[in-house]
Structure formats: structure tokens, C-alpha cells
Design a protein around this ligand. Structure first.
Ligand code: ZN
Length: 315
């Protein structure tokens, strides 16, 4: 299986947000990619510019960040032709890697805008190297600029940043320094397309937790009434873990629960209700994680303060 490490440069509406096309806030102008084999040796490069058709003028920010000659864009092919060559170049069996999760989102938005088939597999597992860098070298929460990672890992800076191919090249250099067991364990799931029906729902077991991605629901409350969403089966043995605390709101769009598996102990459940990308519905991402007794007690305390206190009659 090859790694496809890619980076995009894009433009946005030069006449302000109110004039942008909502289905394509960012129009891709350049694709750069490095192909690595499973040993992480470079075996190919892809680099093309794209002739813009949605926002033909460059936003001043775009001009500041990226340094593309306007003639290069004028003489480039339109998006559909370039993306077809990119698709063929990627091959069937690819692990997609990017710095952050935005590139995959904007690429799929551009594909949809041109009514082209979305060629990524479903569900789409991908490697967010910005996140994996943090999980490997920092606290797992930080999100650093690519250049920061390059400096920290003593990678030679011999080409400029903010060009699609060189950013892909640097991202590939970071990938080479991440041990395989980290890289492969910490993949992400893309939420641009979500399951269309219950049988397509995603359930993945990671090293220390399990993740479930639901189908679409019309409203938030409808999500929380669904049995697949609220189930707290133990992800290690499949047994139903008895609820110690019901799903309760913890602020924002999140819910927590506590369950107990007789064989594996306490399970903390967390549900985030998210808007679908088209803003026409909701879906849930649920994680279940084994926690120790102390963490379980903390969760019980949180429930007591948040829920029971509210229900208690005022003095
Ligand atoms: Zn269990």
C-alpha cells in the first residue's frame, strides 16, 4: 500500500465572504503530492496547477501566502482534467496523508462542485500528520505549523514553504520520522460523507478506545433517541455494559455516560452531535473508552453537580 502525501493551495472569494459560493468557499489552484511506498521511500511526484473558474481573481491573502504566477494558472487545465490525472496517479490502494484535515475537506468540496464522482473509498480513513505529529512528539492536542515540525525534527529546509509540492515533500519527511506503530494506529475518519443508512454506520476499535459514526438524523433530539447512537456495548467483548449513568449533556453539543462491563470495567461514553457538511441534518460521533475507578468517580461527581443539583428543589 502506498502513501499519498498531498498538499493543496487554494484561493477564496476576492470580494468578501458575502459573495462567496457556499458549496466551494475555497477553489483549489495547485496540487502537489509525493508517493511513498510502504517502506516510506519516495516513488513518485505529482504537481499541477489548476485554471480557476469560480474565483478567477486572486484574494489579496492568497497572493500574500502563495506565490503562483498568474500565467501559470491561465495556461493550466481546469479542475476536472487535473483531478482525473491525480486520481489515476494515486492508484487504487492509497493511504492519504495531509498536514491537518482541511485539504481533504476542500478537495471533496471542489470535486462535488464540479459534480464529479468522489473517488475516495468509504469510509475514508486518512492520516492527519499534524495530529499524529502531536500524538507522537507532543501532548496530542497541539496543532503546529508544518515548519515547526520540520525544525523540531531537524529536517533540512532547502525549499520554500507554502508551495504545494514542497509542503507535501516536508510532510513526507515528517512521516518518515514517525514510527509505523504510531502512524498506522492514529488514523482519522473523514466526515465529509457520512453513512447513508444504519448498515453503513462506522464502528472502529483503536488502541485505547472505540469510535462510532452514525447516519444522518433530522434533528439533535432524534440522534439521542436512536438505539445505535446510545448503545454502550463493551468494545472489547461485545457484551452489553450496564449503565451506571445515563447519557447526560456536558455543555455544548456533547453528552457523556458511564457503563460497567463485568469483564473489563468502567466505560466512559462520549457523544458529539455534529452538523452534516451540507447543514441539512445531524450525525453523531461516539467514543467509548475504558477508564479506571478514579476517573469513573470523577464522572459520577460531574453528573451529580451538573444534573442532580439542577433537579433538586431550591431552598
Ligand atoms: Zn467487556
Amino acid at each position: 500500500m502506498d502513501y499519498i502525501v498531498f498538499d493543496l493551495e487554494w484561493n477564496q472569494c476576492p470580494d468578501g465572504k458575502e459573495n462567496e459560493k457556499h458549496d466551494i468557499p475555497f477553489e483549489i489552484l495547485e496540487i502537489g503530492a509525493i508517493k511513498l511506498n510502504s517502506e516510506k521511500q519516495e516513488i513518485g511526484r505529482f504537481h499541477e496547477y489548476i485554471r480557476p473558474s469560480v474565483y478567477p481573481r486572486l484574494h489579496f491573502r492568497t497572493r500574500e501566502i502563495i506565490h503562483i504566477q498568474p500565467e501559470l494558472l491561465r495556461h493550466a487545465d481546469p479542475f476536472p482534467a487535473v483531478i482525473e490525472r491525480f486520481r489515476k496517479w494515486c492508484g487504487e490502494d492509497a493511504r492519504y496523508c495531509t498536514w491537518g484535515a482541511l485539504d481533504l475537506l476542500e478537495l471533496q468540496r471542489n470535486i462535488r462542485h464540479y459534480k464529479l464522482p468522489n473517488f475516495f473509498p468509504f469510509p475514508l480513513r486518512f492520516y492527519d500528520i499534524q495530529k499524529i505529529f502531536s500524538l507522537t512528539y507532543e501532548d496530542g492536542k497541539s496543532r503546529r505549523a508544518l515548519e515547526y515540525a520540520v525544525d523540531m525534527l531537524n529536517i533540512q529546509k532547502d525549499i520554500p514553504f507554502h508551495e504545494a509540492l514542497s509542503d507535501a515533500y516536508y510532510t513526507a519527511s515528517v512521516i518518515r520520522r514517525i514510527p509505523d506503530e504510531k502512524l498506522l494506529a492514529f488514523y482519522s475518519i473523514d466526515y465529509f460523507r457520512i453513512p447513508r443508512k444504519a448498515s453503513e454506520e462506522i464502528f472502529e476499535v483503536f488502541q485505547t478506545y472505540a469510535k462510532y459514526v452514525s447516519r444522518k438524523f433530522p434533528t439533535r433530539p432524534a440522534c439521542m433517541r436512536d438505539r445505535n447512537v446510545t448503545s454502550t456495548k463493551c468494545y472489547l467483548c461485545g457484551n452489553t455494559a450496564a449503565k451506571q449513568l445515563p447519557w447526560f449533556p456536558t455543555g455544548g453539543k456533547n453528552y457523556c455516560s458511564l457503563s460497567y462491563c463485568p469483564d473489563h470495567g468502567f466505560l466512559k461514553g462520549k457523544i458529539r452531535v455534529k452538523k452534516t457538511e451540507d447543514n441539512r441534518g445531524y450525525f453523531c460521533v461516539k467514543t467509548l473508552k475504558l477508564i479506571d475507578e478514579e476517573r469513573a468517580r470523577e464522572l459520577q461527581e460531574r453528573y451529580r453537580k451538573k444534573i442532580l443539583k439542577k433537579q433538586a428543589p431550591a431552598d
